[in-house]
Ligand binder design. Structure first.
Ligand code: ADP
Length: 188
């Protein structure tokens, strides 16, 4: 099973990704986590992306696409992409890569949360890029560049939307019920 998890900053992508990966034995690919660990270790990639990440801007598409393709290349198992794709161009590049490697996305799960809830959630989190101004910037970037991906994947018949506002457990069970029902349908 190959999954793309979409949602604005603070929608709970990381939390739900961890639950689903554990439950279904998927490889968790989080581009945000990857960049944060590269930045912390001051690697050449970290130094290259630090300015973008800390200001709430997107890392250039070509940099991200190359990294994700490299990760997917080496995987035998199913995977879950968390925080990628984030622009239409990334989504198209991903489709092109998957077509050439004979793989496909099974589900795109969108976690929807209002900006009001997100601002409250992120105010209590304390990550380097969670300052007020940066959160607003990231939400703006999401609205302009990432939100259009919902329509893109809806058009491909892959999108399933979930309310991300309830508790972590409630959101996990909604996701799990959906995935299990879909698996049962495709198996019957
Ligand atoms: P959030 O969804 O809370 O903003 P992430 O951990 O997914 O957090 O991403 C943190 C930052 O990493 C983003 O603001 C951006 O700078 C960078 N980043 C992560 N994924 C991508 C991507 N696919 N394309 C460009 N930049 C990315």
């Amino acid at each position: 099973m190959n999954i793309v998890l979409l949602g604005c900053p603070g929608a709970g992508k990381g939390t739900q990704a961890a639950v689903l990966c554990e439950k279904y034995g998927l490889a968790h690919i989080s581009t945000g986590e990857l960049f944060r660990s590269e930045i912390a270790s001051k690697s050449p990639l970290g130094l290259k992306v630090e300015g973008f990440v800390n200001k709430g801007n997107l890392v250039p598409d070509e940099v991200v696409v190359e990294i994700v393709a490299g990760k997917l290349e080496s995987l035998e198992s199913g995977w879950l992409l968390d925080g990628f794709p984030r622009t239409l161009r990334q989504a198209e590049e991903l489709d092109r890569y998957l077509a050439t490697s004979g793989k496909r996305i099974d589900f795109v799960l969108l976690l929807s949360v209002s900006e009001e809830v997100v601002i409250k959630r992120l105010a209590g989190r304390g990550r380097e890029d969670d300052s007020d101004a940066t959160v607003r910037k990231r939400l703006m970037v999401f609205r302009d560049l990432t939100q259009p991906l919902a329509a893109y994947y809806r058009g491909h018949g892959l999108l399933q939307e979930f309310d991300g506002a309830p508790s972590e457990d409630q959101v996990s069970s909604a996701l799990t019920v959906f995935l299990e029902e879909s698996a049962a349908k495709s198996g019957s």
